[in-house]
Design a protein around this ligand. Structure first.
Ligand code: FAD
Ligand code: FES
Length: 272
């Protein structure tokens, strides 16, 4: 186990110490490293000879951390083929992370693989929180046995929990439970936008973990701009105030080429 600090610019090479296939499309890669981090922050993962991409920390203890990756494009599919002993480069952690205030009456709303950055947050919140998780089907529910806090589930196909959307469950909770004073969310951008709109309607502050294509990870290259914000440095977690002013939220994103795309055409590149 190494305790050498991870740097901003030069990757530290770490071996995969364990790999867990969560389901055919998601894998968790574990590393022995004493990473100092805050829930919601991310690291840049470099597969030599291929590329480097950002991933949030899905598991964290004093001497270990892990990332949970959903197979999507070339990079993430390759990541799912990595095995114990394979070397990857790690930089970070980067970004701001979630803002946790003691005594909050909070709800955590996860969509698909958006559970990954929320998992370590949930583990630091009181048992009394409302915890909602939506997935496309039962097989895609991430970390089904991990938490002591009860989770309300919904699936697109009705194979587990409520058949429908996380916003159905959140709306019910808002109108039937004690007033919420914070909602944390991560998942497809359209889902986070709908959660944000619901929070705005009911005057509930919200924290949203956004994704954009990233290159440097620490605010110098401009690859991840979203309106006036730089997602890697000002985010990836944004509060309601910033989201209200963010005209590109759920609207536009930059591709690797720098070309701007309409997100309604791309739907979500994160965890559909
Ligand atoms: C802060 C942060 C944290 C992240 N954490 C995680 C995590 O914990 N787990 C995880 O699985 N992923 C996470 N991601 C996403 C991850 O970095 C990769 O984007 C993802 O794994 C897909 O990479 P790829 O190269 O395999 O696929 P790609 O080839 O990049 O693309 C897959 C799909 O997304 C579309 N796409 C790519 N870029 C854009 C864009 N800018 N706008 C719209 N559509 C686009 C592509 O057209 C394609 O359909 C995170 C991203 C960020 C920014
Ligand atoms: S990735 Fe370079 S500025 Fe955000």
């Amino acid at each position: 186990m190494t305790t050498k600090p991870i740097t901003d610019q030069k990757p530290v090479m770490l071996r995969v110490t364990n790999k867990k296939m969560e389901n055919p499309g998601y894998a968790t890669l574990f590393f022995d490293f004493n990473l100092i981090f805050k829930p919601g922050q991310f690291i840049m993962v470099w597969i030599p000879g291929l590329d480097e991409k950002p991933y949030t920390i899905s598991h964290h203890s004093k001497n270990k951390f892990a990332v949970t990756i959903e197979a999507k494009g070339i990079f993430s599919r390759k990541a799912l083929t990595l095995e114990k002993g394979d070397l990857v480069g790690i930089r970070g952690p980067f970004g701001n992370g979630f803002d946790i205030r003691p005594g909050q009456n909070a709800a955590v709303v996860a969509g698909g693989c958006g559970m990954a950055p929320l998992a370590t947050l949930v583990e630091g919140l009181p048992e009394s929180i409302t915890f909602i998780h939506g997935a496309r089907s039962k097989d895609f529910i991430l970390f089904p046995d991990r938490f002591t806090i009860p989770r309300e589930f919904c699936t697109d196909d009705g194979s587990f929990g409520h058949k429908g959307l996380v916003t159905d469950l959140l709306a019910h909770r808002i109108t039937h439970g004690k007033p919420l004073d914070m909602v944390y969310t991560c998942g497809p951008e359209i889902m986070m936008y709908k959660v944000f709109e619901l929070c705005e309607t009911h005057g509930i502050p919200c924290q949203v973990s956004l994704e954009r294509y990233m290159r440097c990870g620490f605010g110098v290259c401009g690859a991840c701009v979203c309106g006036k914000q730089v997602v890697c440095k000002d985010g990836p977690v944004f509060h309601s105030k910033a989201l209200r002013e963010m005209k590109d939220f759920n609207k536009k994103a930059l591709l690797k080429s720098g070309k701007e795309v309409d997100l309604s055409l791309y739907f979500s590149w994160r965890c559909q």
